[in-house]
Design a protein around this ligand. Structure first.
Ligand code: FES
Length: 157
């Protein structure tokens, strides 16, 4: 099982769970709060929430896997998102993603071992005219090409 990097936040998590004890209907709200607090939802956190709210672990797991918003892996210091909405897709975002996966040695949805970068695919970011678009910690970069995307990464070393 993956180690939880949530040590010092555990007490706060306990308080959140206590405020919703035996209230299975609050599951999504509690998951949101827990992810806001810790940054992600490792198994240990899911188990604590399941026990506290009185729901099964499989129910917690299915909610976490259903909503793209929830993640079970820690995000990197720099969160790179590649838009694969239709406009960006046809303008070449798959090639950009492939190039960054190669550069970072990870697949979309993962983080580098040093915790510096995480890579994810997102749907339309609302800047289709500037596609393909990538973002790094919410800062947007448009008209990307594979090598240009690697150059952007180098600004975040
Ligand atoms: S499809 Fe990428 S910004 Fe709209």
């Amino acid at each position: 099982m993956e180690a939880c990097k949530c040590g010092e936040k555990w007490q706060e998590l306990d308080k959140i769970i206590a405020a919703h004890r035996n209230r299975p209907q609050d599951l999504i709200e509690v998951l949101h709060k827990a992810q806001e607090l810790i940054g992600y939802l490792p198994k240990k956190v899911q188990v604590a929430i399941a026990e506290g709210l009185g729901v099964s672990l499989s129910e917690v797991y299915s909610v976490v896997s259903f909503y793209a918003h929830f993640t079970t892996k820690p995000k990197g210091k720099y969160q790179i998102s590649i838009c694969k909405g239709t406009a960006c897709y046809v303008k070449g975002s798959p090639q950009i993603l492939e190039r960054l996966e190669k550069e970072l040695g990870i697949k979309a949805g993962d983080s580098t071992d040093d915790g510096r970068y995480s890579l994810e695919v997102v749907r339309c970011l609302g800047a289709c005219g500037l596609g393909p678009v990538m973002t790094v910690n919410k800062r947007a970069y448009g008209l990307m090409k594979p090598e240009k995307a690697v150059a952007v990464l180098q600004q975040y070393q």
